[in-house]
Design a protein around this ligand. Structure first.
Ligand code: PAF
Length: 281
């Protein structure tokens, strides 16, 4: 595995690989790699000649009161995991390499980034789309692999690649869960033991919501109410939102129909967890 830190070097490497007819798959991350990332890397490995993993804690997607400084950085353990998963290139740029002085250009996917997490994290998705747009221009992959856990991010990035004609296929891979159903996330390690136990209610409540839709309940209010009351009953979590949205556009629905995503964000102490489930109504 080669560790590359400069934009110029990785672009040279990728250009050569492409001239040699190799396919390039790309998994962008902020590090603190876990089994969710591992499943993206495995799929990427199966489907491409060259696997590129980026690890970059992107300051542009953290709000002023968010956890940028404290976000876990685990370069050595990430490298070990990447080697095990047969990554070819680990791209580890510095903030200066990605945002040199005088930086002024941003990508903003409108509308769909203003709902759900966009309400409580203004500017977050602009940071995500900008950095991933830059990474796509740097890595020039044939295929980009993203996780379904960050469904709004995946939807916005898919929209961006279509709207701006990035020549890349976006593949969204299933959420990987702990044994009790909690979606894997680098932020789970912030949870206290008590909160970690309680957080399993998120997936339990989403499954209950989905069951209710399958049983014929298509009322958005009723489904949201059911999920909210279960979370409140079984945990000390503070609900940011529970919403039923169109799975493609992530825009809120008045009535549950078609491919619907039930999505939620809940605070446990200072840690905000997100999760979602898809149901066809
Ligand atoms: O999901 C993440 O880890 C980040 O938002 C991403 C896509 C790597 C952009 O910084």
């Amino acid at each position: 595995m080669r560790v590359i830190r400069s934009v110029r070097s990785i672009q040279q490497f990728i250009k050569k690989a492409k001239l040699a007819g190799k396919t390039v798959g790309f998994v962008p991350t902020m590090g603190a790699l876990h089994d969710g990332h591992r499943s993206l890397l495995r799929r990427c490995r199966r489907e491409n000649d060259i696997v590129v993993l980026s690890v970059f804690v992107n300051p542009g997607q953290f709000g002023p009161k968010e956890d940028f400084a404290k976000y876990p950085r685990r370069e050595q353990t990430d490298k070990k995991l990447a080697k095990k998963e047969k990554v070819d290139i680990m791209f580890l740029p510095s903030v200066k390499e990605m945002y040199p002085g005088g930086y002024l250009t941003y990508i903003d996917v409108e509308k769909m980034t203003r709902v759900l997490c966009g309400k409580s994290r203004p500017g977050h998705f602009k940071g995500v789309t900008t950095v991933v747009g830059k990474l796509l221009n740097i890595v020039m992959p044939d295929t980009l692999y993203l996780g379904q856990k960050d469904a709004q991010q995946a939807a916005a990035l898919t929209r961006m690649t279509r709207d701006l004609n990035f020549p890349v296929i976006v593949k969204i891979c299933p959420t990987v869960r702990e044994a009790d159903g909690l979606a894997m996330s680098s932020r789970n390690q912030y949870l206290t033991e008590r909160a970690r136990g309680e957080a399993a209610v998120l997936y339990r409540s989403l499954k209950e919501g989905r069951q209710s839709v399958i049983a014929g309940n298509h009322s958005v209010t009723a489904i949201i109410c059911k999920i909210r009351s279960r979370i409140t009953r079984e945990s000390s979590g503070r609900i940011d939102y529970v919403e039923c949205v169109d799975a493609g556009t992530v825009m809120p629905l008045k009535k549950i129909q078609g491919k619907t995503m039930i999505a939620l964000a809940v605070w446990f102490g200072k840690t905000r967890l997100i999760d979602n489930i898809i149901v066809h109504a």
